[in-house]
Design a protein around this ligand. Structure first.
Ligand SMILES: C[S@@+](CC[C@H](N)C(=O)[O-])C[C@H]1O[C@@H](n2cnc3c(N)ncnc32)[C@H](O)[C@@H]1O
Length: 262
């Protein structure tokens, strides 16, 4: 596992992101994007689902809207307060994946999109906690950041965008993992991986302004979070070529789907 450092604390980073963002919409308008495309692979009506690290709640809002039974945990108080203001009916609590406020074997489906790579230490403890609350036979859908060229390019971009201040100290930002390495960690704790998908929530080509879809770019951030960070025709053409040629190195999320067999 590779640790990435920036010049902002991980918790401060998320609190700032969620302070700056508008509220998440109640539904995804494009079901073919990460993370909803992968949530669809595990969600089932009538079962109890939990999303840990739910951010502003776009996944929880979407499924609650459709009558699914879904609850959530999020470390950022800023994000939970925003959800509570717009959707007080949702069961979303401030909490930590390292100490989930659920009893053993309570949850049928557990989702964690972009959560576990925020842990500088204790990832195995977090997986043990996930396994504790997940029923035997329960489904999980967990995404991580891959250790590949796309992510390396992303860090170069951020260093260029936010140059180091004179007195800044490097602070932990995220983990990046190899697929096989993380699948083994899951298996060790009894979380058996059945599917691995490579995806991206944002193509690095989206960093190039003239390759972005005009209509999406002009809209608000929350629209991009429900419709996807879309490229224009030229951008999509280039992106298709790159993803076909380099499927491993163009992904920026890897999604692990499976069951708890412990
Ligand atoms: C990449 S965001 C994903 C948000 C949401 N799942 C989505 O797809 O919109 C990761 C979230 O995990 C939260 N987080 C980070 N560490 C956490 C922890 N130890 N326990 C619970 N949540 C945490 C962050 O505050 C952030 O909101």
């Amino acid at each position: 596992m590779k640790k990435i450092y920036r010049y902002e604390d991980n918790k401060e980073y998320w609190d700032r992101r969620w302070t700056e963002a508008g509220e998440d919409t109640d539904s995804f308008t494009n079901m073919d994007i990460y993370p909803i495309k992968y949530a669809e692979m595990v969600m089932e009506p009538g079962l109890l689902a939990a999303e840990i690290g739910c951010g502003l709640g776009r996944v929880i809002k979407h499924y609650n809207n459709q009558g699914y039974n879904i609850i959530g945990i999020e470390r950022s108080e800023v994000a939970v307060e925003k959800i509570n203001q717009t959707n007080p009916e949702l069961d979303v609590q401030v909490g930590d994946v390292l100490k989930l406020p659920y009893s053993d074997n309570k949850i049928d489906i557990l989702m964690a999109f972009g959560l576990l790579h925020n842990l500088e230490n204790g990832i195995e403890d977090a997986l043990a906690e996930i396994s504790r609350v997940l029923k035997t036979g329960g489904k999980f859908c967990i995404s991580m950041r891959p250790d590949n060229l796309e992510m390396a390019f992303n860090e170069v971009y951020w260093r260029w965008k936010k140059p180091k201040q004179a007195d800044a100290q490097p602070r932990f930002h995220k983990l990046m993992v190899k697929e096989g390495e993380f699948a083994k960690m899951l298996a060790k704790i009894g979380l058996e991986v059945e599917q691995i998908h490579r995806s991206r929530n944002l193509s690095s080509l989206y960093r190039i302004p003239f390759l972005r879809s005009r209509s999406v770019e002009q809209g608000r951030e929350e629209q991009r979070r429900s419709a996807g960070y879309q490229l224009n025709t030229a951008g999509r053409f280039l992106d298709n070529i790159l993803t076909r040629m380099f499927p491993f190195h163009t992904a920026n999320v890897i999604i692990f789907i499976g069951r708890d067999i412990s």
